[in-house]
Ligand binder design. Structure first.
Ligand SMILES: [Fe+2]
Length: 245
């Protein structure tokens, strides 16, 4: 069985690192390691073999644990791969280009029998929001990438690079006050331990994430005072508002 172990960094950035592992073979890959120590301790305790490291992008908080893991586990970083990684006979990890937060950002699709079941989205798509473009990004490109991710099936589980859900939902609420799904999500988040990861689906995200709801008339009127703005323009406006919110 393939399992995902979530590691939360107790810092202001609230990073998530992920270990995706085959319980049967004991083989695993780590995605965006922040602190290497808890990952190494877990690997030792569970008798897991680390095959390698995957990074969504090169910002320091997504590669900080690379060196420690490389020296402790004798593994390397797999930067780019056009062919998928086989996790077992039916599960694979596929690399996809997701520029916008940075120009070389990539995400990892988790597939079972060639059907996508999970998305490790790094700093592209978060629960309730998207990444910023302040450090090497481009908001027009992020819009294109976000629209591509929106086309993925509703059942796909999102594994983002940070826990920003509460602040993102509070921002979403200001953009779409009548959206009852946001109220429910806020209630759930306030009752949950978000440090464990929420494992929400893209279907859930499409109900509450304003960057995936550019066809909402309420958001358009609230944010741009326009019933039918171009969705690209609305996305850019939302991102600039969230930057200073
Ligand atoms: Fe980043």
């Amino acid at each position: 069985m393939i399992q995902v172990k979530i590691f939360y960094a107790h810092n202001d950035l609230r990073n998530f690192s992920y270990l995706i592992m085959d319980n049967h073979s004991g083989e695993s890959w780590v995605i965006d390691p922040f602190d290497e120590e808890p990952i190494i301790n877990y690997i030792k305790k569970e008798g897991i073999v680390l095959q390698g490291i995957l990074n969504t992008h090169q910002h320091w908080d997504h590669i900080k644990g690379n060196e420690g893991l490389k020296s402790h586990c004798n593994c390397s970083v797999l930067n780019k791969s056009t062919s998928p990684i086989d996790l077992d006979a039916t599960h694979q990890i596929q690399f996809i280009d997701t520029p916008g937060h940075t120009s070389d950002h990539q995400a990892f699709c988790w597939k079972k029998n060639h059907q996508m079941i999970g998305l490790f989205s790094g700093d592209t798509l978060f629960n309730g929001g998207v990444g910023n473009c302040k450090n090497g990004g481009n908001v027009e490109t992020l819009y294109e990438t976000t629209m591509k991710l929106k086309e993925y099936p509703d059942h796909v589980v999102l594994y983002p690079g940070h826990d920003y859900i509460l602040k993102n939902l509070l921002f979403a609420k200001t953009c779409e006050p009548e959206n009852k799904d946001i109220d429910e999500a806020l209630k759930l988040v306030r009752e949950s331990d978000t440090e464990q990861g929420l494992e929400w689906t893209l279907g859930q995200e499409k109900k509450i994430n304003p960057f995936l709801r550019l066809d909402s008339q309420e958001i358009a009127e609230k944010v741009m005072d326009d019933k039918k703005p171009l969705e690209r323009h609305l996305f850019i406006k939302l991102r600039s508002m969230r930057d200073v919110w």
